[in-house]
Design a protein around this ligand. Structure first.
Ligand code: F6R
Length: 263
């Protein structure tokens, strides 16, 4: 894993969006793995901005989202499909048929999970997967005890996750679904690159545990230590409990990948 600390959430979003934009320029037919949540809102704003400024071509890329709630009414504004349409897809020229999310309203959830895994495989796998981190340490909705070999499946959301996400449901925790379909930890680990984005003081404790270990299925983000190319991009507010800060700062200053940001 590599870790970089940027000043604030805007700088985190700018760096994350730059990595996605550079991949798109190099490979317009790349496969992106996307996440939802408040952290990603700034990332998508930054990506839309770069897209306009640099005439990015999104027309040939395909996207797979990490997860979707189960049991929302059809067309719900709280669905992750609605989130993605609002925050990204309607703001860039991407054909909607190239944008995939698991279908949380499927009658047969196991069949839907298998179909989603198959669709990722048939697309050639995910080139770059964005993940946020939940206050329970989840990536996707892989709550504590998720096997590191888990695949896309339906899962019960942790009470902490439902409390965290209630802000997106007008603070009505009872409105937050109890279950979701999520890519598994094993699914995420198969992406060719995984970029974890964490901002804000609420993530400081769990981020330190996720990054500096110990590795445990109680915190699914620790599984990223088994990935050969994972990168954590975090802001100062999320970073105060990191012990090896001096080292992380030297990585950002010297790694050629970040040279243009240090110029
Ligand atoms: C969203 C997802 C979640 C979020 C995480 C952080 O698709 O899979 O893992 O990334 O809960 O959410 P925010 O950014 O709202 O703190």
């Amino acid at each position: 894993m590599k870790l970089v600390v940027r000043n604030d959430d805007r700088a985190v979003a700018a760096l994350t969006a730059r990595l996605v934009a550079d991949l798109l320029k190099a490979r317009p037919d790349c496969v992106l793995g996307l996440a939802t949540g408040r952290t990603m809102e700034r990332v998508y704003d930054a990506l839309v901005e770069i897209g306009h400024a640099e005439a990015l071509d999104f027309s040939r890329c395909r996207t797979f989202n990490l997860d979707e709630y189960i049991g929302l009414p059809p067309g719900s504004a709280h669905s992750y499909r609605a989130y993605m349409n609002d925050h990204l897809f309607s703001r860039i020229a991407i054909p909607l048929e190239n944008t995939m999310l698991p279908d949380g309203s499927a009658a047969d959830l196991a069949a839907e999970a298998a179909r989603y895994e198959d669709a990722i495989r048939r697309a050639g796998g995910i080139d770059l997967q964005l993940v946020g981190i939940g206050e329970t340490g989840h990536i996707g909705f892989n709550e504590p005890l998720s096997s590191f070999t888990s695949r896309t499946r339906d899962i019960t959301l942790a009470p902490g996750t439902r409390r965290q996400n209630a802000v997106l449901f007008d603070r009505d925790i009872d409105a937050v679904p109890r279950r979701a379909l999520t890519m598994g930890v094993g699914t995420i680990l198969e992406a060719r690159r995984v970029v974890l984005v964490a901002t804000g003081a609420a993530k400081a404790g769990i981020l330190a545990q996720a990054v500096e270990g110990p590795v445990t299925p109680m915190i699914s983000a620790t599984a990223l230590h088994f990935h050969p190319d994972s990168l954590a991009i975090v802001d100062e507010d999320a970073a105060p409990h990191l012990k090896h800060r001096e080292y992380y700062d030297s990585v950002f200053a010297t790694d050629p990948e970040f040279a243009s940001f240090n110029a």
